[in-house]
Design a protein around this ligand. Structure first.
Ligand code: ADP
Length: 543
């Protein structure tokens, strides 16, 4: 027997319509590429999303068509998220840090009809020039006064919107309709597209808003440093308006000092981003002697947050919440907020738990398996490959049957490529990406573990541990360090630091210094590039 309740399809534009009705005071503060600060309420963004939908329709965009963006975090990018999905088209966000080759590949693979770019990225598309599809329409996210001279045929965003009506008759879409597309950065092979639906996006927004409610509440000012151009800015453009929180969009300036000034001026209550960004902000807080006024919480994810960083913020009175996820998971899968009883634990134990990736979100199932696919115990010790299942997780990749077939196991779970433990409280601890683990004499060494501890040294600015081939052990760890200050750390002193937490056989065999670590397009250390850099490296006792 079915229940007797109305059923309305979950729809992305409904989030903004709701925010515009229910949270009239909330909205967006954006640092614009034009150089000034811009403010608009969610109600205004809703109206402008309507104008955009009319304009795109005139450009020939219809249901299922792809409208791409290469843009920073700002109100126009936000309007595109809603206007495009709302009219039944697909918002395809492109990461500007991808190589030209990868960018052209995904523009072609996605079959984009329109590409909207920030002023900053006009030179980038000019460089792509004649390699861009001939029919691709190019829109610059600015007003007439700031339109650049260009050899390309460029349309002006504000000119497109200006004549249009603010009311749009949004179509009622099947909730499974595709709404947004984001490609993984593809460290190996071509990038693969995660194609989100209205249903998956709205469910993700609701769960994120409920679970991360300490950050996302009415009246909060949330700073997404995590980009709208990758992994949907962790769902913030959807979850914040749903919760009634305002978004403070930082634009292109993401250094510690610029973020600090913006946070203080705009009373930012929580900030979301990857650990490298927070290292910059923490250094700025140390220089200025106090955190920005009213700043309460750092959400950190994308790669593991070192414990020293977590402790640094916590000592300054700022709550740190770790989150884990991936492009294929919309993206948030777990969060590290401590449960009520955990808040009574000793400070040290709380910090240990905070360096874990934490508990699952509602609707996300986790399992760890051994090499034969057998599920392993959630006892905090058994380590295996992590699989996930749920309504916000991809069932395959866009127009890529080969990659889709490999992604999902026989029972319908998605293989994350991460290796993890899960403890009896359900706390997930990511040990490594499977391909970054160091396999030494039949045992595994977690590069993340070693890196997190080494980051606690005052003489280390950044570090990475990679596997080096070894004739006896198969692989052994090499520690690569970017030194901080005048005096370089020694291997002995770092061993001593490590020995407080890891076994002797896990200690790195050698230490090398570099000026900087290579980064991926999503700002993570590129272990692949680093391994190439140290190809053929000989460890001291390698014979
Ligand atoms: P890419 O880095 O290729 O763009 P994603 O942004 O989707 O891909 O990154 C997903 C991966 O990032 C995860 O599989 C995991 O290895 C890593 N990751 C994300 N969050 C965390 C975290 N909090 N701690 C450790 N690793 C993380």
């Amino acid at each position: 027997m079915h229940g007797m309740m109305m059923s309305q399809p979950l729809s992305i534009i409904e989030i903004l319509r709701y925010a515009s009705d229910a949270h009239p005071g909330a909205g967006l503060v954006s640092v614009r590429t034009e150089g000034d600060i811009h403010r608009e309420t969610y109600a205004k963004a809703y109206r402008r999303a309507g104008q955009l939908a009319h304009a795109l329709k005139k450009l020939g965009v219809g249901r299922g068509d792809r409208v791409a963006t290469i843009a920073w975090n700002g109100y126009r990018h936000f309007e595109i998220y809603y206007g495009v999905s709302g009219m039944g088209a697909i918002c395809h966000t492109i990461n500007p840090r991808l190589s030209a080759e990868q960018m052209l590949y995904i523009i072609g693979h996605a079959g984009d009809q329109v590409l909207c770019v920030d002023l900053t990225f006009v030179p980038l598309i000019e460089a792509l020039g004649e390699h861009l599809p001939k029919a691709l329409k190019l829109v610059v996210l600015t007003d007439r006064a700031h339109m650049p001279d260009s050899k390309l045929d460029l349309l002006c965003y504000e000119d497109l919107l200006e004549p249009e009506s603010t009311s749009y008759d949004w179509p009622v879409l099947d909730e499974q309709t595709a709404a947004a597309l984001c490609y993984t950065s593809g460290t190996t092979g071509n990038p693969k597209g995660a194609l989100y639906s209205h249903r998956s996006t709205v469910l993700h927004a609701m769960v994120v808003a409920i679970t991360l409610n300490k950050s996302l509440m009415e009246g909060a000012n949330v700073l997404p440093v995590v980009p709208l151009f990758h992994v949907n800015a962790w769902g913030l453009p959807y979850a914040a308006p749903l919760a009634g929180a305002s978004l403070v969009m930082p634009g292109p300036k993401l250094d510690g000092a610029s973020l600090f000034d913006l946070m203080e001026a705009e009373h930012v209550t929580s900030a979301w981003g990857v650990p490298t960004v927070w290292l910059g902000l923490r250094a700025e807080i140390e220089t200025r002697g106090a955190p920005p006024k009213g700043f309460q919480q750092v959400m950190v994810g994308g790669s593991a947050a070192p414990r020293s960083m977590i402790e640094g913020f916590e000592k300054a009175g700022i709550d740190v919440c770790h989150a884990w996820g991936m492009t294929e998971m919309s993206p948030v899968g777990t969060h590290g907020q401590l449960s009520a009883p955990m808040k009574d634990l000793a400070w040290d134990e709380q910090m240990r738990l905070k360096s874990f990736q934490g508990r699952r979100l509602f609707g996300v199932d986790l399992k760890i398996v051994d090499e034969t696919g057998k599920p392993l115990a959630h006892d905090g010790r058994a380590m295996g490959e992590l699989y996930v299942r749920g309504n916000t997780i991809v069932s395959g990749y866009f127009d890529n049957p080969e990659a889709s077939a490999k992604a999902i196991d026989a029972d319908g779970w998605f293989g994350t490529g991460d290796v993890a433990t899960i403890d009896e409280h359900g706390f997930l601890s990511i040990q490594d990406r499977a391909k970054d683990l160091i396999k030494s004499g039949g045992e595994w060494i977690s590069s993340i573990d070693l890196e997190n501890i080494v980051m606690g040294s005052p003489r280390v600015a950044a570090c990475a541990v990679i596997a080096i081939a070894h004739p006896k052990w198969g692989e052994r760890p090499l520690l690569v360090v970017v030194p901080k200050g005048d005096e370089r750390p020694t291997l002995d002193e770092l061993h001593e630091l490590l020995l407080a937490s890891v076994a002797k056989w896990q200690l790195p065999d050698a230490l090398e210094f570099v000026e900087e670590l290579p980064l991926t397009a999503t700002g993570k250390v590129s272990k692949m590039t680093l391994r190439k850099q140290f190809e053929g490296y000989r460890l001291p006792d390698a014979g």
